[in-house]
Design a protein around this ligand. Structure first.
Ligand SMILES: [Fe+2]
Length: 380
């Protein structure tokens, strides 16, 4: 670490430009950026891309490693490391692991399980076992009796940097069309039509009783603890006005062009799923991320449920006129999410920024991660 490292012969993508050149890193930071031939060869990239390490604000993927089969709990630190390997292999050097509290379907509690995961993340970080830098994104379902009680123990965890406020009640937001709710949960849960109808009535009653007060309480708690807030599945202008009034910084997965445009206009960072870009549309039939990119109102991509989708999604959007080429598309997965989460030391190739960098080979048409460095240390 004491000697500078030169990355030469690379296609460098900064926040604004793309050019053939070199980057020098020293003591974990970027100290020199140049066009053309490097002062020495160092690590020869052979024309591969040198990009900022990706910043991921919302991945559900840790839970998959923790519960690899229904009712099977894998040792939590091992689950964190399996997740971490997949994340760094996808070029993500900063990751917000989404943990959920508040149940959107039945009365099962998640809080204790999620706390165990948060503690495992801290333990893995504490022993320098993780390769990406991990933070916690707590997802709070407000149509639920006990969500405030379940989320409170996380507020004093220094890893908690982001809280999103969700409402998946049938008839609301993501599920404005109740049929979509039925299809989504019937597929997931295998319930009968009669059971689904009864469940819908129950979810609506819970929403009426708890949602408003829970939202208020969670917003107030996050503001008093200095935690960044995100709204989730905003569908209408009223939702956006509410998010603005609540001081939110990020609009996750708005479901309509109207809500996305109003959020972007109001200064919220509009976040959409990269799988939506890769698959060519939303899995629940709402607005496509590409459509929002074309409108110029998309700010952040998130890998959501497939880590490798982040790099794929950014490259796939580079041809959208409003993006301004690959630098604009890469901003969606680096500088913009870093800024939205208040991480000003990273997210772009610029002098003085953290040397969180990735080498990507896109010659086959599919972007492939070849190497990753975090604060100048090779981690993949
Ligand atoms: Fe949602």
């Amino acid at each position: 670490m004491s000697e500078p490292i030169v990355f030469s012969n690379a296609v460098i993508v900064t926040a604004e430009h793309q050019f053939r050149g070199y980057v020098v890193i020293h003591q974990g930071r970027i100290v020199e950026i140049g066009e053309g031939r490097a002062p020495e060869v160092g690590v020869d990239f052979g024309g591969d891309f040198l990009l900022p390490g990706l910043v991921e604000l919302h991945t559900d993927h840790l839970e998959v490693h923790f519960m690899p089969r229904p009712k099977v709990e894998w040792p939590a630190v091992s689950a964190v490391l399996a997740h971490d390997a997949q994340v760094i292999g996808a070029g993500i050097t900063t990751v917000f692991d989404a943990l959920r509290v508040g149940n959107d379907y039945d009365d099962e509690k998640f809080g204790a399980r999620m706390k165990k995961l948060a503690e495992a993340i801290a333990a893995a970080k504490g022993q320098a076992l993780t390769r990406a830098e991990h933070f916690v994104h707590l997802r709070c379902e407000i149509s639920c009796a006990d969500v405030v009680e379940e989320m409170q123990p996380f507020l004093t965890d220094p890893q908690l940097k982001l809280v999103s406020v969700m409402d998946h009640t049938p008839g609301q937001r993501q599920f404005t069309d109740v049929l979509k709710w039925k299809t989504y949960y019937a597929g997931k849960r295998g319930a009968t039509e009669a059971e689904m109808n009864e469940r819908i009535n129950r979810r609506r009653a819970i929403h009426a009783q708890f949602a408003d007060a829970n939202r208020r309480a969670i917003v107030d708690l996050c503001q008093s603890h200095g935690v960044t807030l995100a709204s989730h599945d905003d569908a209408t202008l009223e939702h956006v006005e509410e998010a603005v009034a609540d001081g939110m910084h990020i609009a996750e997965f708005p479901t309509t062009v109207e809500a996305a445009a109003a959020s972007h206009e109001a200064g919220l960072k509009v976040l959409m799923g990269a799988p939506n870009v890769v698959r060519g549309g939303s899995h629940s039939g709402n607005v496509s991320a590409r459509a929002l990119a074309e409108e110029g109102v998309l700010d952040v991509l998130s890998s959501d449920y497939v880590p490798t989708s982040l790099l794929m999604g950014a490259f796939a959007l580079a041809d959208v006129a409003a993006m301004g080429g690959l630098p604009g598309a890469i901003r969606l997965v680096s500088k913009n999410p870093a800024d939205a989460a208040g991480l000003t030391d990273r997210g772009e190739i610029a002098l003085g920024k953290r040397a969180d960098l990735i080498r990507v080979d896109a010659a086959s048409g599919q972007p492939v991660l070849r190497a990753a460095w975090r604060e100048g240390r090779r981690v993949s």
